[in-house]
Design a protein around this ligand. Structure first.
Ligand SMILES: *[C@@H]1O[C@H](CO)[C@@H](O)[C@H](O)[C@H]1NC(C)=O
Ligand SMILES: *[C@@H]1O[C@H](CO)[C@@H](O)[C@H](O)[C@H]1NC(C)=O
Ligand SMILES: *[C@@H]1O[C@H](CO)[C@@H](O)[C@H](O)[C@H]1NC(C)=O
Ligand SMILES: *[C@@H]1O[C@H](CO)[C@@H](O)[C@H](O)[C@H]1NC(C)=O
Ligand SMILES: *[C@@H]1O[C@H](CO)[C@@H](O)[C@H](O)[C@H]1NC(C)=O
Ligand SMILES: *[C@@H]1O[C@H](CO)[C@@H](O)[C@H](O)[C@H]1NC(C)=O
Ligand SMILES: *[C@@H]1O[C@H](CO)[C@@H](O)[C@H](O)[C@H]1NC(C)=O
Ligand SMILES: *[C@@H]1O[C@H](CO)[C@@H](O)[C@H](O)[C@H]1NC(C)=O
Length: 452
């Protein structure tokens, strides 16, 4: 692609290519804030309110949250959901969830509401909540699995009894300004839309009931909103070349000067023992490395058989503040259409574009390696992948055996630049591609993905 572009670039004057560069830059900025994920284009979390009954001064609603994202989950300490009431509503009571603050209920005598705030924030209850405070799909401490990894646990719900709201479907006003935290930023929620009332099929399938009124809210994730720096990087090696291509330097930030303590911790520091995770600090505290990433994924091309080839994948945790429970990884590589076996990781193919089968999701085996321990403990998990060769496409040349894209827990990992990939010996000297052409090719690719 770089070669094709070179003549075009040369024909541009410096000024016009500068303008083009700015336009392309604006496009990439636009796409990164637009919450679009090429490997999960329709991923979203849908919040649904079903009014189940009217009360003398309001209604009882079941609020259900469906995680329709293929691989992004919400880990402990879990989600919190907020909204702003449209009128002067209060929450009389809740089951399967609770508001974080009661707010000012001083106007009430006798019966005191659960929450009087105009903008309540609801969190899940913990596992082991007494049965009389539970509803179906509640009480998982706010943990919400991804759709592919564990569909049964990708749903959360709570029940809320609302007072001083409307008492008919004409007078109810839908709440505004929904927010979803996981627990940090990242999700943006749209407006609540009144939709066809949900249908509920009874367990024996002989009767269907329906909600009195239903509204939906859709929330989408943007890695750009969640954190300003990447959270993972990829390193590469192969049996046919001694070079280990490390994660790019400063992939997730740079080591600040030694005068500023606390940006990272030396691996051999006696200080590590005193790194106690604090309740409200989820910012990673990483081991000092050149890449400074909390997570590194290493892809080693291990063996070449006649009809198969084998890769070893190692995920290493450099974060002292986090055990990643139910972690997952998404890998894009053309040979995923013929993955023969994945050892000690679960595997499911993802097909974001229907018939193109080049993406797979991998995650830990329950009670064996589904917990990626914090740095300083074991701190890594490993697997091997066995691919069947398709003779028409298979090659070790030009870095073909390395992944095109890797996500960890739904975030895109920083890859080494393609020209640094380990080479196959005896492929001769490679032509050098002009730097500008490479940058242009990169931007054009991004724009292509944005509109594809
Ligand atoms: C949310 O995801 C579901 C399931 O993939 C999909 O049917 C729905 O259209 C999505 N909603 C939006 C607004 O994209
Ligand atoms: C409200 O209820 C009436 C029947 O009582 C129904 O015809 C109407 O479609 C409902 N409106 C909404 C927005 O659900
Ligand atoms: C919506 O919520 C955000 C953040 O919680 C707040 O800054 C904003 O003022 C709210 N808007 C309305 C109309 O309540
Ligand atoms: C509302 O959300 C539910 C899932 O929670 C979904 O089944 C339904 O199709 C959605 N309705 C609309 C109109 O988006
Ligand atoms: C991670 O798990 C280990 C063992 O269960 C525990 O000792 C450690 O405190 C946990 N770390 C964090 C940050 O939760
Ligand atoms: C994708 O490849 C996997 C094997 O890696 C196979 O099990 C699955 O059926 C394929 N899916 C499609 C849509 O071709
Ligand atoms: C997997 O490889 C075999 C043998 O090369 C081939 O016949 C088969 O079509 C391949 N499957 C896919 C889904 O490409
Ligand atoms: C291994 O790959 C590197 C590029 O990462 C290259 O500089 C080196 O020459 C290769 N070694 C051999 C023996 O081909």
């Amino acid at each position: 692609m770089g070669f094709l572009l070179t003549p075009t670039i040369q024909s541009f004057s410096i000024a016009s290519s500068g303008i083009l560069f700015l336009i392309l830059l604006a496009c990439t900025f636009f796409t990164s804030t637009e919450a679009y994920d090429a490997l999960d284009p329709h991923g979203n979390i849908t919040i649904k309110w079903d009014i189940m009954s009217w009360t003398p001064d309001g209604y009882v609603a079941v609020v259900t949250m469906h995680n329709f994202q293929q691989y992004r989950h919400i880990a402990a300490p879990g989600w919190s959901m907020g909204w702003t009431w449209a009128k002067k509503e209060v929450i009389w009571s809740m089951t399967g969830g609770q508001t974080t603050e009661q707010g000012d209920c001083s106007k009430f005598k006798g019966n005191i509401p659960h929450c009087c705030k105009k903008d309540p924030t609801v969190v899940d209850l913990m596992p082991g909540t007494p049965y009389n405070q539970q509803v179906a799909n509640c009480c998982k401490g706010g943990v919400l699995s991804s759709w592919v990894q564990d569909p049964v646990n990708s749903v959360a719900s709570f029940q809320v009894s609302v007072g001083r709201g409307g008492t008919t479907n004409k007078t109810v006003k839908v709440p505004k300004n929904f927010t979803l935290k996981a627990p940090g930023p990242g999700y943006t929620c749209g407006r609540a839309k009144i939709v066809r009332p949900s249908l509920f099929i009874q367990a024996d399938k002989r009767r269907t009931t329906q909600a009195l009124m239903t509204w939906n809210v859709t929330c989408t994730y943007s890695q750009f909103l969640a954190q300003k720096t990447p959270t993972c990087c990829v390193s590469l090696s192969s049996f046919y070349n001694d070079t280990i291509v490390p994660c790019p330097t400063c992939a997730c930030g740079c080591q600040t000067k030694s005068s500023q303590r606390g940006s990272c911790v030396e691996a051999d520091s006696p200080h590590i023992q005193s790194v106690v995770p604090t309740k409200n600090n989820f910012a990673p505290l990483v081991q000092c490395t050149r890449h400074m990433c909390p997570i590194r994924i290493h892809w080693h091309v291990k063996l070449n058989y006649k009809e198969y080839w084998r890769v070893k994948v190692t995920i290493t945790n450099f974060n002292y503040r986090m055990n990643y429970s139910d972690w997952n990884m998404v890998v894009q590589h053309p040979n995923f259409d013929n993955l023969t076996q994945s050892f000690s990781f679960n595997y499911k193919p993802l097909t974001p574009y229907g018939d193109i089968n080049d993406t797979g999701m991998l995650w830990g085996v329950k009670f064996y390696n589904d917990l990626l321990m914090q740095a300083g403990h074991v701190g890594n998990v490993q697997s091997e992948l066995l691919f069947r060769k398709d003779t028409s496409t298979f090659t070790f040349d030009k870095g073909w055996a390395f992944p095109r894209r890797i996500y960890f827990n739904g975030d895109n990992c920083v890859m080494p630049p393609p020209d640094a990939y380990p080479w196959l010996p005896n492929t001769g000297s490679r032509k050098t591609v002009p730097l500008l052409a490479l940058i242009m090719a990169f931007l054009v690719t991004l724009v292509f993905y944005a509109y594809a």
